[in-house]
Design a binder for this molecule. Sequence first.
Ligand SMILES: [Zn+2]
Length: 88
Amino acid sequence: MKIKNSMEDFVFSKINAILAEYGDVCKCEKCRTDIALLALNHLPPHYVCSDKGDTLTRLNLYQPENEVDMIREIAKAVEIVSVNPHHS
Ligand SMILES: [Zn+2]
Protein backbone atom coordinates (compact mmCIF):
# COMPACT_ATOMS: atom_id res chain seq x y z
CA MET A 1 0.00 0.00 0.00
CA LYS A 2 1.37 3.34 -0.99
CA ILE A 3 1.29 6.33 1.30
CA LYS A 4 1.66 9.96 0.45
CA ASN A 5 1.79 13.22 2.31
CA SER A 6 -1.28 15.11 1.21
CA MET A 7 0.23 18.27 2.70
CA GLU A 8 2.56 18.29 -0.33
CA ASP A 9 -0.35 18.64 -2.73
CA PHE A 10 -1.86 21.33 -0.58
CA VAL A 11 1.38 23.32 -0.31
CA PHE A 12 2.13 23.10 -4.03
CA SER A 13 -1.37 24.22 -4.96
CA LYS A 14 -1.20 27.12 -2.50
CA ILE A 15 2.27 28.18 -3.64
CA ASN A 16 0.93 28.85 -7.11
CA ALA A 17 -1.88 30.97 -5.74
CA ILE A 18 0.37 32.85 -3.31
CA LEU A 19 3.12 33.47 -5.87
CA ALA A 20 0.53 34.97 -8.19
CA GLU A 21 0.14 37.72 -5.60
CA TYR A 22 3.89 38.35 -5.36
CA GLY A 23 4.64 40.00 -8.69
CA ASP A 24 8.40 40.41 -8.17
CA VAL A 25 9.26 36.97 -6.77
CA CYS A 26 10.98 34.39 -8.96
CA LYS A 27 8.60 31.60 -9.95
CA CYS A 28 11.09 29.14 -11.47
CA GLU A 29 10.83 25.46 -10.57
CA LYS A 30 13.89 25.58 -8.30
CA CYS A 31 12.53 28.47 -6.24
CA ARG A 32 9.07 26.90 -6.04
CA THR A 33 10.63 23.66 -4.82
CA ASP A 34 12.71 25.52 -2.23
CA ILE A 35 9.59 27.32 -1.01
CA ALA A 36 7.70 24.02 -0.77
CA LEU A 37 10.52 22.33 1.16
CA LEU A 38 10.82 25.20 3.63
CA ALA A 39 7.08 25.34 4.22
CA LEU A 40 6.70 21.55 4.47
CA ASN A 41 9.47 21.36 7.06
CA HIS A 42 7.44 23.71 9.24
CA LEU A 43 4.08 22.06 8.70
CA PRO A 44 2.80 18.78 10.12
CA PRO A 45 2.61 16.00 7.51
CA HIS A 46 -0.78 14.50 6.67
CA TYR A 47 -0.21 10.99 5.41
CA VAL A 48 -2.93 9.22 3.50
CA CYS A 49 -3.21 6.00 1.51
CA SER A 50 -2.71 7.10 -2.06
CA ASP A 51 -5.06 4.44 -3.41
CA LYS A 52 -7.97 5.62 -1.29
CA GLY A 53 -7.85 9.23 -2.33
CA ASP A 54 -7.29 12.00 0.13
CA THR A 55 -10.59 13.81 -0.02
CA LEU A 56 -11.31 13.54 3.69
CA THR A 57 -7.86 14.69 4.70
CA ARG A 58 -8.08 17.54 2.26
CA LEU A 59 -11.40 18.60 3.68
CA ASN A 60 -9.79 18.63 7.09
CA LEU A 61 -6.84 20.64 5.78
CA TYR A 62 -9.18 23.21 4.36
CA GLN A 63 -10.60 24.07 7.74
CA PRO A 64 -10.01 27.82 7.88
CA GLU A 65 -8.03 27.81 11.12
CA ASN A 66 -5.59 25.27 9.66
CA GLU A 67 -5.39 27.02 6.33
CA VAL A 68 -4.37 30.33 7.94
CA ASP A 69 -1.36 28.65 9.59
CA MET A 70 -0.36 26.90 6.38
CA ILE A 71 -0.61 30.03 4.28
CA ARG A 72 1.45 31.91 6.86
CA GLU A 73 4.22 29.28 6.63
CA ILE A 74 4.15 29.35 2.84
CA ALA A 75 4.27 33.16 2.77
CA LYS A 76 7.24 33.09 5.16
CA ALA A 77 9.00 30.59 2.89
CA VAL A 78 8.30 32.78 -0.15
CA GLU A 79 9.95 35.72 1.58
CA ILE A 80 12.99 33.71 2.66
CA VAL A 81 13.55 32.24 -0.80
CA SER A 82 12.95 35.53 -2.60
CA VAL A 83 15.68 37.19 -0.49
CA ASN A 84 18.11 34.29 -0.94
CA PRO A 85 17.27 32.36 -4.14
CA HIS A 86 19.30 29.26 -4.99
CA HIS A 87 18.63 29.13 -8.71
CA SER A 88 21.50 29.67 -11.11
ZN1 LIG B 1 14.19 31.07 -9.28
